[in-house]
Design a protein around this ligand. Structure first.
Ligand code: DX5
Ligand code: ZN
Length: 231
């Protein structure tokens, strides 16, 4: 299973976002993770659809939009039209999460559903067959540079098995406190898409940081116990 690295521009220099995106895609990153915060679901306000629209002109990378907003259904059309490829919303913010997924698909994007560290997997179980991605937060959403919450590893592992048993196509993304060390743990637990903000944008050598987070390719067999790293 090859790992996808998704640098979070929350840790980039907001005065030079187009250059900051080029820096990480030139260094091998496949996705650009865009953290959208509304000042209500999480304390800060960050990036809106107009910014995504401007950035779209400068990059062909996959734009992975992480909505940390209340009422996500009100934002989907704008972000899709602005050029998002994947739109992920938090299950904690949606009264009708299945309808939100339908809306995302109707807008032409892939759909992801996210859950906070304190939210049980059972909250997304009924949605897994309908999303392309499930995002397990390994910090409480809101800020870059927080400490990785180890208890989420069991959740990632369980989610991996749940998806495997359902025989559905759904990638596991992890977000929060990912660096060269924690990336090994989440990859071994079944994560495919690794978001990292401070560990990439704060690194002296961005290409090195991306390579370290990507790690060696895992040969994933049907059962987790059989996974092994390639030499
Ligand atoms: C946190 C955001 C993350 C954040 C990750 O709420 O969703 O994407 O940028 O930053 P690091 O990698 O520094 O924990
Ligand atoms: Zn994020």
């Amino acid at each position: 299973m090859s790992t996808i690295v998704a640098p979070s521009i929350l840790s980039a220099d907001f005065a030079h976002l187009a250059d900051e995106i080029k820096k990480v895609t030139d260094a091998g990153a496949e996705y650009i993770h865009i953290d959208v915060m509304d000042g209500t679901f999480v304390p800060e306000i960050t990036i809106g659809a107009p910014v995504v629209r401007s950035l779209r002109k400068f990059s062909d990378a996959v734009f992975d939009v992480h909505l940390m907003v209340e009422h996500p259904e009100t934002q989907i059309k704008s972000f899709a039209e602005a050029g998002a490829d994947i739109i992920t919303f938090h299950v904690e913010t949606a009264r009708h999460p299945h309808r939100v997924i339908q809306q995302i698909h109707e807008s032409g994007c892939k759909a992801g559903v996210a859950l906070n560290p304190g939210t049980s997997l059972s909250m997304i179980e009924e949605l897994l067959e309908d999303v392309e991605m499930a995002l397990v937060m390994t910090v409480n959403p809101g800020y870059a540079g927080q400490k990785f919450i180890e208890s989420q590893l069991g959740k990632i592992h369980m989610l991996y098995h749940m998806i495997d048993e359902m025989e559905t196509e759904c990638d596991i993304e992890v977000d929060g406190g990912i660096n060269a060390k924690t990336s090994v743990l989440v990859r071994e637990s079944g994560a495919k898409i690794l978001v990292a903000g401070s560990a990439i944008y704060g690194a002296p050598d961005v290409a090195r940081a991306i390579k370290d987070i990507r790690g060696k390719e895992l040969h994933r067999h049907r059962h987790y116990e059989d996974d092994e790293e390639e030499d």
